[in-house]
Design a protein. Structure first.
Length: 558
């Protein structure tokens, strides 16, 4: 039986009361810097993770970027000397046109400037030609790469753990990567074996303890919930530094002098107090280079946590950008294709917050673009009697990774769309019964309620659904209407659980991503579509030139 977890937090400081050092026992202090999920944000970004325009930069409303992160790390190293440990929790690949164009090469160049003491792998580190690209990347990065729970079919420069000597105390760092990578990156991980994190961490911790290591850090790319579980089930672990879930941890209210848009998922640091009285620190630093986590820690020489003090640092205009990093970025910029303007809009399209909470106009735009492409394709068949064979489309909100900000002049570029949809997820047409669609919608309500609107819900076209999450799980869908396809006048009808419907769904969802099921026994084979998600949206905007996506009541929470 798992002991209940207890969260202790005080504004900006956590004093650990469960363990008191003996009067003559020496204390050791050090600073931990950490970040995660940079996702190719080599240049600075807007508050909502879109492009930093000249107008935003002039107003000091741009954030992050490697030039700021590198500056911060260098300054802390000057100030703290041997009292600093800097850890990175994975996912440098995928997210911008920089990665699309230059792949792992640019990632390794910039990570060498950032120069963490150790880094874990992220699930997206397989996105450049699978295991071959991963092998090149970890060989080119001058940083110890850790992934204790992976078994590779070939020799690769990845270790289970590494030991650092800081202020006379041995600190062991164990890296792990979520086994969900197998489903998140289908076809890219090959025959790599992924083991459960907890058992591997416990085995590796015992080895390190036998080597005289006093403090154990789990460097994970597994998500905030799994990190808390690791803290509760790994008796030798003292600190968990995480990534993957893009969790923003903070204390108290957000300073509104800065336009942070992140919802707080827990205290920084999160303290897990186990049944044996041991306190374990859990931290994460959101994503996309916008923050750097900083934690000041005090332990006894025997490895008992005494105090943990810290907060995420917002990398705003007050943090300088180091010139050598900007110079390297300009070298790559000269080789980038021109930022082609594909259309215009004076509408704000927030993909970071609104798409995770319910209906969002950016989600509507993406889904409409995919349905429209199918309508065009069907219209080429002059013998087909209806306007389309599929009006229903779905994407998980977590796949929408940026906003398209309203800009002066309203220009939208291909780059803007790639930032929103960086994963090149392809779509298929599948024929399933209405009951399977209803179950997927129930799961969407469950994900919304369980994850506190953190990206598990569906965005959709051709569907109008009403949810009531106060009802029991599995009975939260109140009403579903679907847009007819085989009809002369398109209009919405109640979903028929027994009827077969053609739907357009991403490979990620069709493969069970997010826990969704869009398959049935005996169903006909899915039909592969020609484009990936961003291509649909680029063509859709290009054809219309001026767009104004709106809210239409597709998702309603009662």
């Amino acid at each position: 039986m798992i002991a209940p977890l207890l969260f202790l937090s005080v504004l900006a400081v956590s004093h650990i009361a469960s363990v008191f050092p003996e009067e003559d026992e020496k204390l050791v202090s050090f600073t931990l810097l950490h970040n995660n999920d940079l996702h190719a944000r080599f240049e600075q970004i807007s508050a909502t993770l879109g492009s930093c325009t000249k107008n935003l930069e002039d107003k000091n409303e741009c954030y992050g970027g490697f030039a700021r992160a590198v500056h911060l790390v260098r300054e802390f190293r000057k100030e703290t000397g041997n009292s600093l440990l800097y850890l990175y929790a994975g996912d440098t690949f995928t997210g911008t046109e920089w990665f699309t164009e230059f792949k792992g090469e640019i990632c390794s160049r910039f990570m060498n400037l950032l120069s963490p003491d150790a880094m874990s792998l992220g699930n997206h580190e397989f996105d450049d030609d699978g295991l071959n690209g991963l092998a090149r990347y970890v060989s080119d990065v001058n940083t110890t790469t850790l992934a204790a729970n992976l078994e590779f079919p070939v020799n690769i420069n990845v270790r289970a753990s590494n030991v650092f000597l800081i202020n006379g105390i041995k600190i062991g760092v164990i890296g792990v990567l979520t086994p969900e990578t197998k489903s998140l990156s289908p076809g890219l991980t090959g025959s790599v074996v992924f083991n459960d994190e907890i058992g591997v961490i416990n085995r590796e911790s015992k080895k390190l303890k036998n080597q005289g290591v006093e403090i154990i850090i789990a460097l994970t790319h597994s998500g905030y919930d799994k990190d808390k579980e690791i803290a509760s089930k790994c008796p030798e672990v003292d600190i968990v530094v995480g990534g993957h879930s893009h969790s923003f941890l903070s204390n108290g209210t957000i300073d509104r002098k800065h336009p942070e848009t992140e919802s707080i998922q827990g205290p920084y640091p999160t303290i897990i107090t186990r049944a044996d009285g041991k306190s374990v620190v859990v931290v994460q630093a959101y994503a996309f280079s916008k923050y750097m986590g900083k934690l000041d820690l005090t332990f006894t020489k025997s490895g008992h946590l005494v105090q943990a003090t810290g907060s995420p640092i917002l990398l705003d205009h007050s943090v300088p950008q180091d010139q050598d990093v900007l110079d390297l970025l300009e070298d790559y910029r000269k080789r980038l294709p021109n930022k082609e303007v594909i259309g215009y809009s004076n509408v704000q399209m927030d993909g970071i917050n609104e798409c995770k909470k319910g209906e969002c106009n950016l989600g509507n735009l993406i889904m409409d673009a995919i349905v429209y492409d199918r309508v065009k394709s069907i219209s080429e068949n002059r013998d087909y009697p209806y306007f389309t064979d599929a009006t229903i489309a779905f994407i998980n909100a977590g796949g929408i990774r940026s906003s398209i900000d309203k800009k002066p002049g309203g220009a939208i570029t291909k780059t803007d769309v790639v930032l929103v949809l960086p994963f090149k997820d392809r779509y298929k047409l599948v024929k399933i019964r209405g009951n399977t669609i209803r179950k997927a919608l129930e799961h969407s309500a469950f994900e919304y309620d369980r994850n506190n609107a953190e990206g598990g819900i569906l965005q959709m076209a051709g569907v109008r659904v009403e949810f009531n999450v106060s009802r029991p799980v599995g009975a939260q869908v109140v009403k579903v209407l679907v847009l007819c396809a085989e009809c002369d006048i398109p209009k919405y009808y109640p979903l028929d659980d027994t009827k077969l419907y053609n739907i357009l769904v991403s490979d990620y969802l069709l493969g069970g991503g997010g826990g969704y099921v869009f398959t049935e026994d005996g169903m006909s084979a899915p039909v592969d579509l020609e484009k990936y998600d961003a291509e649909y949206v680029i063509e859709y905007i290009r054809e219309r030139r001026i767009i104004y996506p709106m809210l239409e009541g597709r998702i309603v929470f009662l």
